[in-house]
Design a protein. Structure first.
Length: 201
């Protein structure tokens, strides 16, 4: 699998036979949302309720500034993948053909990670993913990450166009403390991430 995403070799089935387990499904680029919508929409009409319980496409809200305007975009945490909570095997460990073909046949799906015999995610792996989703709810993540000591230019507010150096970073609040030279003296100014941009040499 792609680096930075779920690691295939670490997967193993840990599910109970009746409650199902979480599986990773690979999709074509930018087709994750379409795959999720398709699977969600036709679960009832295709009589999949006994096999497919939930489809996840984890995302986070990212803030960026373009032309001086603050803009929010939704970014996928695992591009090219969706996670499906489902029953894929019967009590004897045989692959259930109906849900297998339903997921594999969805437009935009490349296939289950693990090929013809997919392994379920470990409990720790899906717990980490679910925790990522919970933590990202209602939060904005700056598209650009900064470091202490970095030089930035202020793009919004009363100190517009001044440059300064980052003294402190508060990622929880999305705030920066920047030392700016005002009337010959360095003054600390608190700014939001989106109110500055990195100074490029």
């Amino acid at each position: 699998m792609k680096s930075g995403n779920v690691i295939e070799s670490d997967m193993s089935e840990t599910s109970s036979k009746n409650s199902g387990a979480w599986y990773v499904v690979q999709t074509l680029s930018n087709k994750e949302g379409g795959v999720k919508r398709y699977l969600d929409r036709y679960i009832a009409s295709e009589e999949m309720e006994d096999y497919i319980f939930e489809v996840l496409m984890p995302t986070e809200t990212v803030t960026e500034v373009k032309s001086g305007k603050k803009k929010q975009i939704v970014r996928k945490l695992y591009p090219g993948y969706v996670f499906v909570h489902m029953r894929l095997y019967d009590d004897e460990g045989n692959l259930l053909q109906q849900p297998w073909h339903y997921v594999n046949g969805a437009d935009g799906v490349i296939g289950f990670v693990g090929g013809q015999r997919p392994h379920a995610l470990k409990e720790a792996e899906i717990a980490r993913i679910l925790n990522q989703i919970t933590e990202s709810e209602g939060k904005e993540v700056p598209k650009v990450q900064y470091e202490v000591g970095e030089e930035v230019k202020i793009t919004d507010g009363p100190f517009l166009n001044l440059t300064g150096r980052i003294d402190e970073i508060d990622p929880e609040r999305g705030k920066l403390k920047v030392s700016v030279s005002i009337f010959g003296r360095f003054t600390p100014v608190e700014l939001e991430y989106w109110q500055v941009e990195r100074v490029t040499e």
